[in-house]
Design a protein around this ligand. Structure first.
Ligand SMILES: Nc1ncnc2c1ncn2[C@@H]1O[C@H](COP(=O)(O)OP(=O)(O)OP(=O)(O)O)[C@@H](O)[C@H]1O
Length: 617
């Protein structure tokens, strides 16, 4: 008797999408099923090497494909770990991963793009419903006696008890049409996506047998043949691997259907022996900015798969990297603690980071267009490495790019320095979250007048990390929204305090609750006033970030209002005391607006402005 089950709502939504919307690139279903079979073999392989109970299982790991042209079925079998009844229910009836909602929301309606997301979101198995109207999964978990059959028409599913001799899983697809009932087509898909999974894939292939003596014509015989290479690509010598093979292996491990931007293959044979094969994707992994992102690097020890959940293998600022780390001198039953504390692992990690960063540096020099593509995708993540006291800051500073007040596009810090005049002492930057606002900030006036370049840091991460970066190549960074200012950018025309003495005293009094001080500015040439921050105070952009991070009890940080004594408005104000009150308030609010801040009392602002407009007409 079969028990009937309903799918979890999200699975229903997903299946509807699979069947009705995601039509292109259907062939990836096979990659997904083979990859699951390979994972199941990995799990059993690992247990049989590390767990006494499993050592007794005698098996040669393999995956078998069979199709029946008449019945239009394709069967994918493995002799891996298998699934119990409960596992069939939870693995093939629900979607455990929290990312799925994100998947459903992120679908663009562009079938090609959407189907490339399928694997990324861990909904691989369900993709088989793109090509099949019915699926049967027969599975027997290793060391258990019972086997079960899960079957579904994509609307609901049934589970019943069956017999099966060996452990493992056999998945039969009842295909919608003949497309995937074709030996040649299947072989090509396997070669394309699954050539380098570490286990052999077998299939019956008809082979031409030449005529024997006395016979006129040859015949075709069906022969069970291994159709993939089953060699761990990362262990092979670089010179024997073709670009296509690197790309295809990437697609298999990442479930991404776009070629990667870069691969970095290393075989270290010194004191510590290991192989790494890393890839920089050309698309953004869906969970790149999720706290619960999945590690993209699989750990192997002596070719035995250990885990794909080891975030320790690379630091978070390289979490976009996909690939494999295979270490020789570690025990197979390496635990999480070992991963974190083991000297070998630490050294492999350090060297991997150095290697990845240096290859990115080479790319920056050799192919700027490609590098910009990389940087646009992952620059923000890379910059996270500038936070704190990491060892890699210098290398990362060589890689970061910024917008500039003087040039189009993105420039590196080296390029900034090369254009500096001999007497410029600092690398100047302004940070905030809107490029247009930064470009038009009054704070840039004297820099523009003197032809000094300022980096425009308009990403949130800049505001967070830049205060933690002191210098680049011995040149200090200086935020231009702070009060300490180098002599070289001070205005040439020395402001004459006596011209505005009365106004200054009054403004200080009027605005004393809102600003720390009202001062003469030596950085303005056009605007009447600007807000800056004391050297050690967080600026406006930083305050915003602190609030976002939950620091709601921040004390009120008062800015400093700097005024341009040479501005006509102050000459007039000295003669017209009655207006000082209104104009002071307006100047403060205007300076706030220029920085993208909210003004405290918009009603009051409008009233004063209206009053002045009436006077002006
Ligand atoms: N051949 C198999 N043998 C054993 N377990 C399997 C097999 N196929 C699928 N499973 C189980 O079903 C789960 C769901 O598979 P599915 O392909 O939907 O997602 P996934 O493999 O977890 O994610 P991803 O596609 O990102 O690798 C797997 O995690 C695995 O536990």
């Amino acid at each position: 008797m079969a028990d009937k089950f309903e799918f979890q709502t999200e699975v229903n939504d997903l299946l509807n999408l699979m069947i009705h919307s995601l039509y292109s690139n259907k062939e990836i279903f096979l990659r997904e099923l083979i990859s699951n079979a390979s994972d199941a073999l990995d799990k059993l392989n690992y247990l049989s090497l590390t767990d006494e109970a499993y050592k007794a299982i005698s098996y040669t790991p393999r995956i078998d494909l069979k199709f029946d042209k008449d019945k239009k079925t394709l069967t994918i079998s493995d002799n891996g770990i298998g699934m119990s009844k409960d596992e069939l229910i939870s693995n093939l009836g629900t979607i455990a991963r929290s990312g799925t909602k994100g998947f459903l929301n992120s679908l663009s309606g562009d079938a090609k793009k959407d189907s490339s997301l399928i694997g990324q979101f861990g909904v691989g198995f369900y993709s088989a419903f793109m090509v099949a109207n019915r699926i049967e999964v027969v599975s027997k978990k290793a060391l258990e006696n019972e086997a079960f059959k899960w079957s579904s028409d994509a609307k609901s599913y049934e589970i019943e008890s069956v017999t099966k001799d060996t452990q493992g899983t056999s998945i039969t697809l009842f295909l919608n049409d003949d497309e995937f009932c074709d030996e040649w087509r299947i072989e090509n898909i396997i070669k394309k996506y699954s050539n380098h999974i570490p286990y052999p894939i077998f299939m019956d292939k008809s082979e031409y047998v030449p005529p024997k003596e006395g016979e006129k014509e040859g015949t075709y015989e069906s022969k069970n043949t291994q159709i993939n290479k089953a060699s761990a690509l990362w262990r092979m010598s670089k010179s024997t691997i073709k670009a296509d093979e690197y790309n295809d292996f990437y697609k298999q491990i990442s479930h991404d259907s776009t070629d990667p931007l870069l691969h970095i293959h290393t075989k270290a044979e010194g004191k510590i022996e290991y192989s790494t094969l890393f890839y920089v994707p050309a698309t953004e992994p869906f969970d790149l900015f999720r706290v619960d992102y999945q590690s993209g690097v699989k750990l192997y020890v002596k070719r035995v798969f250990i885990t794909d959940d080891a975030k320790e293998l690379l630091p978070p600022f390289l979490r976009f990297v996909r690939g494999v780390t295979d270490v020789e001198d570690l025990p197979l039953n390496v635990s999480r603690e070992i991963l974190q504390e083991n000297a070998i692992m630490r050294s492999v990690k350090e060297q991997s980071v150095k290697k990845i960063l240096s290859e990115l540096g080479k790319l920056k020099e050799s192919d700027r267009e490609k590098y910009i593509k990389f940087y646009t995708l992952f620059g923000k993540v890379l910059k996270e490495g500038l936070y704190g006291f990491g060892n890699d800051k210098e290398q990362i500073l060589d890689l970061v790019l910024f917008k500039s007040s003087k040039r189009d596009g993105l420039i590196s810090l080296k390029e900034y320095k090369e254009a500096m005049s001999a007497d410029q002492k600092s690398i100047y930057y302004i940070s905030g979250n809107k490029e247009s606002m930064l470009r038009n900030s009054p704070l840039l006036e004297s820099f523009k007048a003197k032809g000094i370049e300022v980096l425009l840091m308009d990403e949130e991460i800049d505001t967070i990390v830049m205060p933690m970066v002191n210098e680049f190549d011995k040149t200090p960074f200086k935020s231009i929204s702070h009060s300490d200012i180098d002599d070289e950018i001070k205005s040439d025309e020395k402001a004459d305090e006596s011209k505005v003495a009365k106004t200054l005293v009054k403004m200080r009094e009027i605005l004393k609750d809102d600003v720390k001080d009202v001062r003469l500015s030596s950085r303005l040439s056009e605007s009447a006033a600007v807000l800056i921050y004391d050297k050690n105070d967080p600026d406006f952009a930083m305050q915003g970030i602190l609030k976002q991070m939950g620091q709601s009890d921040l004390p009120k940080i008062k800015p400093i209002l700097e005024i341009n004594a040479n501005h006509e408005i102050f000459a007039k104000l000295e003669q017209n005391e009655l207006m000082v009150n209104d104009i002071s308030r307006l100047l403060l609010d205007m300076a706030k607006i220029n920085e993208g801040m909210d003004i405290e009392n918009p009603g009051e602002f409008s009233k004063i402005l209206t009053k002045i407009m009436i006077k002006a007409i």
